[in-house]
Ligand binder design. Structure first.
Ligand code: NAI
Ligand code: 15L
Length: 272
């Protein structure tokens, strides 16, 4: 596969999309942006499509001619099953149908730690969570991410569309909780991982964990490293301040001892 250059970035108006719009062009990508919300401050090099994932014609036109898609669009927190069904489950299906119809060879799919959120965080001396850990979604949101991974597998096996499903931990400019020290992915490492996922050869459908090289890491990054991902950041410089403010995690408290954190007990609700 020739190295992809033109990439459709769905969810481009969101937090991660905005970060990636700043970082990915330095890897040589030209971005076409897709979101139901208007994208602020589009650059001359960016083409903008404002449409819903429910609009199959718009999606097909948006993926047309692209070398790859980074699929971030969707509900990124918990919501009603009906809303999750429409945006994340049907929306991701529409994306894959458009990709299949237009012959786009590669998708990088934003999965989430919440696909496996009920997995216990490893205690000291225990092995890191492997990438083939059983699915334990912590919300309808997490369930939709598990669906996305299975859909990606189906489109590889039946249609030859390659996908790297990235189970993102927490990708924000800085970690803001003690839990995030274990799952944080710096935006710069996020761009490194997306670049590796776009360019690695013969990925078929590969699931990877998306984090920086955190001292307090909970999960195994080896499938991501096998794509060529070399994380450069570590959340540890933020640890002293966060632990002083919030205390160390108590593994016997479900909110603190499970990978998905408070999503397992009191998930944040999508506001729209
Ligand atoms: P976000 O909520 O800031 O952005 C999501 C974007 O998707 C928004 O701009 C929204 O307008 C758009 N969108 C939602 N429904 C849509 C629809 N039906 N049609 C078109 N666009 C639609 O979320 P964030 O943080 O940027 O996350 C991006 C992706 O990465 C999401 O899929 C999220 O589930 C996933 N993820 C993010 C993590 C993080 O730490 N930021 C962690 C794990 C997964
Ligand atoms: C996610 O999947 C969410 O989209 C993001 O907003 C964070 O809450 C992240 O997980 C997390 O677990 O910190």
């Amino acid at each position: 596969m020739p190295a992809p250059r033109s990439v459709l970035l769905t969810g481009a108006a969101g937090g991660l999309g905005t970060l990636m719009r700043d970082l990915l062009p330095s890897y040589g990508y030209t971005l076409r942006l897709f979101d139901v919300m208007p994208v602020e401050g589009a650059r001359d090099t960016e083409e903008v499509v404002t449409a819903d994932l429910a609009d199959r014609a718009a999606l097909r036109e948006a993926v047309s001619g692209m070398d790859a898609v980074i699929h971030l669009a969707g509900i990124s927190l918990e919501s009603s099953f009906e809303k999750i069904l429409r945006a994340n489950i049907e929306g991701t299906h529409h994306l894959y149908e458009a990709v299949r119809e237009e012959g786009v060879p590669r998708v990088v799919l934003a999965s989430s730690n919440h696909a496996v959120g009920f997995t216990p965080a490893p205690r000291e001396g225990e092995p890191l969570i492997p990438v083939d850990t059983p699915r334990r979604p912590d919300t309808f949101y997490g369930l939709s991410k598990a669906f996305g991974e299975d859909l990606a597998q189906l489109y590889w096996d039946r249609h030859g569309v390659e996908t790297v499903s990235v189970r993102i931990g927490s990708c924000f400019p800085e970690p803001t909780t003690v839990r995030m020290l274990s799952v944080w992915m710096s935006p710069a490492d996020g761009a490194r991982l997306f670049h590796a996922a776009l360019t690695a050869e013969d990925v078929g459908h590969t699931v990877v964990h998306g984090s920086s090289a955190n001292t307090r890491l909970w999960w195994d990054l080896s499938s991501a490293r096998a794509l060529g991902y070399e994380p450069k950041d570590d959340s540890e410089p933020y640890a002293a301040k966060l632990v002083a403010e919030q205390g160390e995690l108590d593994p016997s408290n479900p909110e603190q001892g499970l990978l998905g954190g408070h999503f397992t007990t009191n998930p944040p609700i999508w506001p729209h």
